[in-house]
Design a protein around this ligand. Sequence first.
Ligand code: ATP
Ligand code: MG
Length: 400
Amino acid sequence: MDKKFLDAMPVVLHLQSSGYDTYFVGGAVRDQLLGKEIWDIDIATAAKPDEVTELFDKVIPVGIDHGTVLVRYGGESYEVTTFRIDGEYNDFRHPEEVEYVSSIEEDLSRRDFTMNAIAMGKDGQIIDPYGGQEDIRAQKIKTVGSPDERFQEDPLRMMRAIRFVSQHGFELTDGTYSAFDQWKHLLSHIAIERIAVEFEKLFNGHELNKAWTLLVDSNLYAHLPILNESPQLMNSTKTIKWIPLNDLAEVITVFHILKPEISIDMWVKHWKLSNRIKRKSLTLVNAWDLWQNSKEKQCLYLLGEDHIAAFYRVLSTLNTHFDQDIKELFKAHHSLPIHSRKDLKVDGNDIKGWFPNEKPGPWIKRFMESVEELIINGELVNDSLEIKERVTSWNPHELN
Ligand code: ATP
Ligand code: MG
């Protein structure tokens, strides 16, 4: 058993010895069977949320309406979910209500794919009523029960199927794939935040090209915001040699560069993306412009060490002939004379002081930027006297 399971074992044992049947479930069990690295551990138990809460010191009620609490133990967090089946999905968001059930087998029946519907007990015993292990061996993604029912119930599962293709390189079974056609339109009812989570994971997968082809060929994209307006673009992206991208900032940067009419703001608005994603993406887009104009040093300065790898992924995706080593980029960044405005030997106040008769205004910012640019390009030394001599030769009223 993987160390991650052993770390979580005291939680399982405590629930079990308190009289509640308890199992490891979900991605961790699947990934262990696949011999892959395990990320987070999910636990399913017969204990109700309030009973779980009673048993542990630190419990956070993250999804208590759906039977899920977060148990903090040994510095880790474990999602502990009461055995349940889902009620009606009237609004396609969450089931209207959940019904607690007494057995793990029933709980597994509500899960999306057979490979995700396997439980493992404290002694490593496997509960696999839907043939998940066999499908894992055959590398097949197959819904638990009728794909028509399961996709109609929660259309997000179609997106999840494609992201699992990307993560594992598996094939969808014929029945699972052919059901897309009838239910894909329901995706437009799904909260975009839920879709975005799966979309991002799709782009992280090492079989991204296979998954992307599937997303385009199945026409699933026609029910996703923005992508649905660009069928030509979508077809042309099939020839891209995608490399895994870390987050949606990198994804929307690539799409914006491919189709500049769709601004980053539009992406952020329609996909309800965070400010962090927006800021990162705008930085990457500006860096791309500098790079295209052969301003490599300024580009690297703008990116800073934190975003160089992201930019490298964007460049490699968009330009198949780009074969510079990423180490070269880091080296070039390292040898820049300054790495941020903080490294400058002068600041806005100094510049203001050199022009005692001028009112403060946008010219100060403009001068600062010019100084930065000259220093980055090696045309001016980062020395306060040298900078002063240069700047005092400029006219605040003229655009330099
Ligand atoms: P990952 O490794 O990316 O975390 P995962 O399989 O653990 O993959 P999660 O989104 O963490 O995926 O979900 C945990 C488990 O909950 C799944 O393995 C599956 O059994 C179940 N599940 C999650 N979302 C759904 C859904 N929309 N419909 C049915 N079951 C779901
Ligand atoms: Mg998981």
